[in-house]
Design a protein around this ligand. Structure first.
Ligand code: URA
Length: 200
């Protein structure tokens, strides 16, 4: 199903309504699959017929969408990680240096064992992801408690984040081979936020 949803997202002729629905559905699949990285507790429960073994998440989760397009993964993740705190990191590209500049940050209190799920649908150069992760680590969050979730990533962006933070887990629906000279992922899907919010 992920491949079918990615096909809809990649197709330049997909209309906005269908694009949003596909983004939501794919976000839901990624939200469910991300739980494979989170520690669970086992317990015994009674079914109407007998006893069975069950599992539940051991620790709370905090979601951190990177503004703007991380917002579109927020709702599907909130549906799975109900009650999760939500923090925001807003970064914009400095026109002169091309470096990501922080313009907004609001992170809830994170317990030492809490899982932190960073949401950004596209990892291109990895520059804004790296900057956002530095901000989170500076607040005392442990690298090994972070999962970085994306829809499409360029290989070089993944390599950059993995090199900077080897203990962070990165979970991506698909990795694309390269970036073009405007730092768009190729073949990618264009600007995710613009297509989702209608600001093309
Ligand atoms: N962000 C996007 O939305 N698309 C890209 O290709 C790269 C970064």
């Amino acid at each position: 199903m992920k491949d079918i949803l990615l096909t809809i997202l990649r197709n330049k002729d997909t209309a906005r309504a269908e694009f949003r629905t596909a983004a939501y559905k794919l976000g839901s699949i990624l939200a469910a699959e991300t739980s494979q990285f989170l520690q669970k507790d086992s317990f015994s429960l009674k079914t109407p017929v007998d006893t069975a073994n069950g599992v539940k998440l051991k620790n709370d989760c905090i979601l951190v969408p990177i503004l703007r397009s991380g917002i579109l993964l927020m709702e599907p993740f909130m549906n799975y990680y109900q009650g999760a705190g939500v923090g925001f990191v807003g970064l914009r590209r400095d026109e002169e240096t091309a470096d990501p500049k922080l313009y907004y940050s609001n992170i809830p209190k994170v317990g030492s064992e809490d899982n932190v799920l960073v949401l950004d649908p596209m990892i291109a150069t990895g520059g804004s992801g790296e900057a956002a992760l530095k901000i989170l680590l500076d607040t005392g969050i442990k690298e090994e408690k972070i999962v970085f979730v994306a829809v499409i990533a360029a290989q070089e962006g993944v390599d950059r984040i993995q090199k900077a933070f080897p203990k962070i887990k990165i979970y991506v629906a698909q990795i694309d081979p390269e970036l073009n000279d405007k730092k768009f992922i190729v073949p990618g899907l264009g600007d995710f936020g613009d297509r989702y919010f209608g600001t093309e």
